[in-house]
Design a protein around this ligand. Structure first.
Ligand code: BGC
Length: 831
């Protein structure tokens, strides 16, 4: 039995609390003006509190209430029809309850919506995380998002998503709180490892494939954090100021891909975007997400990221999570206040209908009305026997975990074919990162500590390890098979011990790491974001001590993101480097697969490893903004994040985005570009896009359906960004790839575009990639599709995707710096 304090629950949902007073919207107003950033602060350019530059303020956009009728997806259409029928007789109170969480820790999951017995509705369970079911036992600890990205393998991204989806469903979770797809704008960003790296297309593909996997398994996916949550420091007070083009081309792109994958939910973030809180920003919610993308699911707040009732609801927020104003306050901006807002006319009744319909439609979309398992764990009361049936949902997911672990390991250096190892006579394993933690894998709550091997970051983006195979254990098993002698030294601070062990062995394997996580936990002075980009626990000195004592040092790096490795990378005795990310529970097994050549490495860097921290185009604003006006985080680097900046400014990185070696070699030849012909229907639809978008016009004729759009009576045209003709293949690029080495291996050809100079794009931008497996001397033609959208830029004046005139360069290569094979074409037809 769930000890749900129903008295509390009803308090939250029905009694007028202080929340009403906290709602800044004047009672009776149909739409409140958007809030602006506190003014009156001097605009000193070095001052993060400088006033928002002109043009950064988010305009107000009405909710596209009548959205449903314009969406072309038959699945959503059917789901909304069912939802409309299901909700037909619900009262305003009941619909308000549907949209409001029960309050922090009231219920079994990190987020819960209340049961509504009068409607036979049992409520929804929402649970973290993007790498597995959080706060539960008998679940798997999957490789983090950043490792999924490193595979550059769409099928593996899907397989990981599917396996995670099965586990969420098996535990009775309705809504999984992942994937996370922020952009890694700054290398030290605390939660970068939860996401998919520093390129919008890599993130976009990974987001789409993960969601498709998760939702095919039956759980609702939640893409987060929308949008501009790129640093942990000041995440609840800072404004991410992003201009329109950069917002469209970089930061919202992965969310568009999520919508294209029919994602059920979007979580709005803690920060402000251009001066408006992300959870009441009508431009990003009503405008970009619901109107331009035509998103059909619901927007939930990040946990206590809601700042108002009427304003948030009218700006596009559909569900308030966890439901209380502050954790445990038992007051809510939604709940009873939502009811009151509708009753006094501040919120159009049609808007509440729309909110409820979006939530129920998502439930129908995932067929959760049909025999969906009941929640069988309790995130907050894990030892209460009556709430936890300890259902083992792991199946054989260790296989996909080990596979993704090996496929995401990036070989960065391999002198004289040091790797793969072949029955070495003696091995030294060095560094605390190679062994287990004395506390076990779950010794720190939410993994908020760094002891022993690192296989996960910290914060809400975690799960409990069922076990953790550390590298030393896995290497020991292999040593037994090979009859190798194995010694180890896990003390990072006794460097003479390190040297003593290293000098006696044929091969020395040194493990180092670097950790980060979510803001609410500070580890070793790191408040979520990393303070520096160097290895933790004396790691750089451990490598140097080993390399000065041994002529054959293999460095293994477990890191949440890039590190500056200049102090040792060129050391002649550092013969090989494996970048293993944070691979989850099978860490050691995956590493041994690669070390010994059972798995030929093909992982690629999902971000740039610079020579100096200052080489990156942006950094954390380490300003303690607990009082006073919000720090302004101005995205002045524009489109030039990660490798785009290094190319634009001609800065040589240590290892570029997309880079990774193999135990074999590949040749690229014969790049070709073809036109794909269009049907009459495509052309007609394209005409529609041209008419819809950019014109800001609404279709006249009055509203039908749910009762008319807020702020008008006209139907808002939605979904112009997802029309098929914008995304259908219009050109095909192909290249021939051949394995010219001695062993089977996977290669990752990457397609980059070079826009004509007038377009104002960085020198090269990634559009697609593939991972193919080839035997020695086997060749394969690899093809990529390009759509109109893929060759467009966002024109801020016409508010349209526009194909720039002129010649485009095309490169299919091994990384962002590789010259590969090149060609050109002119997509606009005008040179
Ligand atoms: C995080 C979210 C998470 C939520 C629930 C928040 O602090 O930002 O990513 O899903 O908590 O745990």
């Amino acid at each position: 039995m769930l000890p749900l304090p129903l008295a509390f629950l009803s308090l939250l949902l029905f009694s007028p609390g202080p929340a009403l007073a906290a709602d800044p919207t004047p009672a009776g107003a149909v739409l409140a003006p958007i809030e602006t950033t506190p003014g009156g602060v001097s605009s000193d350019s070095g001052n993060p509190y400088a006033v928002i530059p002109e043009g950064y303020t988010s305009p107000q956009v009405p909710a596209p209430i009548d959205a449903i009728s314009h969406n072309p997806s038959p699945r959503w259409h059917a789901a909304h029809a069912k939802a409309r029928a299901f909700l037909a007789n619900w009262t305003v109170e009941e619909k308000s309850m549907l949209c409001t969480g029960t309050g922090w820790s009231i219920g079994r999951c990190v987020g819960n919506t209340p049961p509504i017995p009068s409607r036979n509705w049992t409520g929804l369970c929402l649970e973290d995380s993007p790498l597995g079911v959080r706060f539960a036992d008998f679940v798997s600890a999957f490789p983090a998002g950043i490792n999924a990205a490193s595979t550059f393998d769409k099928d593996l991204m899907y397989a990981r998503g599917y396996a995670m989806g099965e586990e969420f469903k098996g535990k009775g979770v309705n809504v999984a709180l992942g994937p996370m797809t922020n952009m890694g704008r700054v290398a030290a960003g605390g939660r970068n490892w939860e996401g998919f790296g520093g390129d919008p297309y890599l993130s976009g593909w990974a987001t789409e494939m993960t969601i498709r996997g998760m939702q095919d398994a039956g759980v609702q996916a939640t893409v987060k954090h929308y949008v501009g949550n790129e640093q942990e420091r000041n995440r609840t007070t800072s404004s991410s100021n992003i201009d329109d083009r950069v917002l469209r081309e970089i930061y919202t792109h992965p969310f568009l891909r999520a919508v294209q994958a029919d994602v059920a939910a979007v979580m709005c973030s803690y920060n402000l975007v251009n001066g408006s809180w992300a959870c009441q920003n009508s431009k990003t919610l009503n405008g970009v997400l619901k109107t331009d993308f035509g998103f059909q699911g619901y927007v939930m707040s990040d946990w206590t990221a809601t700042h108002s009732g009427v304003l948030a609801a009218n700006s596009g927020l559909d569900m308030d999570m966890p439901g209380d104003v502050t954790f445990g306050s038992l007051t809510s901006f939604f709940g009873q206040n939502l009811t009151q807002g509708v009753n006094n006319g501040s919120i159009p009744a049609a808007r509440l209908d729309d909110m409820a319909q979006r939530i129920i439609a998502s439930w129908f979309l995932l067929r959760q009305d049909q025999d969906y398992p009941a929640v069988n764990f309790d995130a907050f009361r894990r030892t209460a026997p009556e709430n936890n049936s300890h259902v083992d949902v792991r199946d054989d997911h260790f296989k996909v975990i080990q596979h993704v672990g090996a496929a995401s390991t990036v070989l960065l250096k391999n002198l004289n074919s040091t790797l793969p190892l072949c029955q070495p006579k003696s091995i030294a394993v060095i560094g605390s990162d190679m062994g287990p933690s004395p506390r076990g894998p779950n010794g720190f709550a939410d993994r908020g500590g760094d002891e022993g091997t690192l296989a996960m970051g910290w914060g809400s983006g975690t799960a409990e390890f069922p076990y953790l195979i550390d590298p030393l254990t896995a290497i020991a098993k292999q040593a037994r098979r090979d009859r190798s002698v194995l010694q180890w030294w896990l003390d990072d601070w006794d460097l003479s011990g390190v040297a003593g062990i290293a000098q006696t062995s044929e091969v020395t394997i040194v493990g180092i790491n670097s950790d980060s996580g979510e803001q609410y936990i500070t580890v070793d002075g790191n408040e979520g974001d990393r303070n520096n980009l160097t290895a933790w626990h004396n790691g750089d000195n451990v490598v140097l001590a080993a390399a000065n004592a041994s002529s054959n040092v293999v460095v293994v790096v477990h890191s949440v993101g890039p590190l500056i490795i200049e102090s040792w990378i060129d050391h002649p005795n550092v013969t090989a480097v494996l970048w293993a990310g944070i691979p989850g529970q099978e860490s050691g097994n995956a590493l041994v697969d690669v070390l010994y050549g059972l798995y030929n490495p093909s992982g690629r860097l999902p971000y740039t490893i610079a020579k100096n921290r200052t080489d990156y185009s942006a950094d954390i604003i380490y300003f303690n903004g607990t009082s006073g006006p919000e720090p302004q985080v101005n995205y002045t680097e524009g489109l030039e994040i990660d490798y785009r900046h290094f190319l634009a400014k001609n800065i040589t990185p240590r290892f570029e985005f997309g880079f990774g070696l193999s135990y074999t070699r590949f040749n690229y030849t014969n790049l070709q570009v073809w036109n794909v012909s269009e049907s009459k229907r495509d052309l007609e639809e394209w005409g529609l896009y041209e008419r819809w978008s950019g014109s800001n016009e609404s279709e006249s004729g009055g509203a039908s359906g749910a009762g008319g759009a807020v702020g008008g009576g006209n139907r808002t045209m939605v979904g112009s960004f997802t029309v098929k003709s914008l995304h259908r293949p219009r050109w095909t690029v192909s290249a021939d790839i051949q394995n010219v080495g001695d062993v089977n291996g996977c290669e990752v050809p990457q397609l980059y575009l070079t826009y004509p100079p007038s377009a104002g794009e960085p020198p090269k931008v990634l559009r697609d990639f593939a991972r193919i497996n080839l035997d020695p001397w086997q060749a394969q033609k690899v093809s990529f599709n390009l759509s109109r959208y893929d060759v467009s830029i966002w024109d801020v004046v016409s508010q349209k995707w526009v194909i720039p005139e002129g010649e485009f360069g095309v490169t299919v290569g091994k990384s962002s710096l590789d010259r590969g094979v090149v060609g050109s074409f002119c997509p606009s037809g005008k040179k």
